[in-house]
Ligand binder design. Structure first.
Ligand code: NAD
Length: 353
């Protein structure tokens, strides 16, 4: 794609595994230039900067001071998201941060406040909300075609090896990752289920345990019940010691039909016999370099939404307010699991504008 006159300069902090999804997606946006990258690992920063033909830094504050950036993408360990996002927002820069928004709810709220105070956008990467299957479910529920949701269940049975944890200096630690299977892997599925339900959460009753991994303290298994104001109970089960990444499952039992999301494939079976379905479009592929295929094109769509909305002065999807409910949910699951009690909460997910 040839680019027209560049109107926005982007920087990325963190050049690790998820980095190419952001870098390649930025490169595909018209009117946006990947101006700089930053990684605390100097060799990696240099190699990445040279590969993408941009400036490189080991200190994100120096990058922000020197580069006159319009946007920053945060692709660093979880404990750094809040500090980096608030710093960028206070320097007048729009932020797209990877999930989770933060480890602690109070930090996520401070991030949201910084965005509001500085009139900047803070978007959080929940790219699965952009999948065709997720959008079909959301649209059908919003149109009222399914009536109300009576109950819901979700499961995530994935595989993260001991090596996955031992090779990382932050994964598997409470301080830097903020948890295990819930905050890192199952957060996407919980976010989708919560987004579909789109109601106030009243309480969470959950257990967390560290079962199969030898070297980590955080949970590799969790289950629980989320109770919504409507009376709806949503159950979830998540673990990451299965033998492979099985397709995640969400089922919504609705007044007028059943909704099943398996992996990215949505099937809606109405009681009157009608059926709707949507899945990943096999024509929509993207070469992100040496990156796992299962991440699909969600990041590309999300980053497209971020920049096209910024260019048009509109609010992108998945901004802080829209995803705060998922942050609150994740924090309540941990609190419930650690304290062994029901955690009352009050939050409402906000639908896509
Ligand atoms: N949306 C998704 O599906 C998805 C998938 C994978 C990862 N992620 C998220 O992306 C983020 C990064 O994950 P990853 O797997 O790429 O991790 P990673 O460990 O592969 O990469 C993180 C990088 O950040 C760098 N870094 C650490 N501290 C830094 C600092 N102070 N300044 C600059 N750079 C610093 C590290 O050197 C490393 O290169 C996490 O939030 C993770 O949850 C999201």
């Amino acid at each position: 794609m040839t680019k027209g006159a560049v109107t926005m300069k982007a920087g990325i902090i963190g050049c690790g595994k998820i980095f190419p999804m952001h870098a390649v997606s930025i490169k595909k946006q018209p009117l946006v230039q990947l101006a700089a990258v930053c990684d605390s690992n100097g060799e990696l920063a240099e190699k990445t900067g040279k590969q993408y033909g941009c400036s490189y830094y080991t200190d994100y504050q120096e990058m922000i001071a020197k580069e006159k950036l319009d946007t920053v993408h945060i692709c660093t360990p979880h404990y750094l998201h809040a500090e980096m996002a608030i710093y960028a927002l206070e320097h007048g820069i729009h932020v797209l941060t990877e999930k989770p928004m933060a480890i602690e709810l109070k930090d996520a709220k401070q991030m949201e406040e910084a965005a509001e105070k500085n009139g900047r956008v803070l978007m959080v990467s929940f790219q699965n909300r952009f999948n065709p299957g997720s959008l079909l479910i959301k649209k059908t529920l919003e149109a009222g075609e399914l009536g109300s949701i009576l109950s819901a269940r979700a499961s995530v049975t994935w595989n993260r090896s001991d090596e996955y944890y031992s090779k990382s200096d932050w994964k598997g630690t409470w301080e830097k990752e903020g948890g295990g299977v819930i905050i890192d892997q199952a957060i996407h599925t919980l976010d989708l289920m919560n987004w579909f339900i789109d109601s106030e959460v009243q309480w969470v009753d959950a257990t967390i345990s560290s079962r199969a991994h030898k070297t980590i303290k955080v949970e590799d298994c969790a289950e629980g019940l989320i109770h919504y104001k409507s009376g709806l109970n949503a159950s979830f089960y998540a673990m990451n010691y299965y033998t492979y990444d099985a397709p995640v499952e969400i089922e919504l039992h609705c007044e007028k039909g059943m909704v099943n999301l398996t992996g990215e494939k949505a099937v809606i079976a109405f009681h009157d016999g009608r059926q709707l379905a949507a899945d990943r479009n096999p024509m929509e592929t993207f070469d992100f370099g040496n990156v796992k295929q299962y991440w699909g094109v969600g990041h590309m769509k999300e980053i497209q939404n971020f920049y096209s909305c910024l260019a048009e002065g509109k609010r992108p999807r998945n901004t802080a307010g829209e995803v705060m409910s998922t942050q609150e949910l994740v924090c309540a699951i941990y609190k419930s699991g650690k304290e062994g009690r029901v955690i009352p909460i009050k939050c409402k997910s906000i639908s896509t504008p």
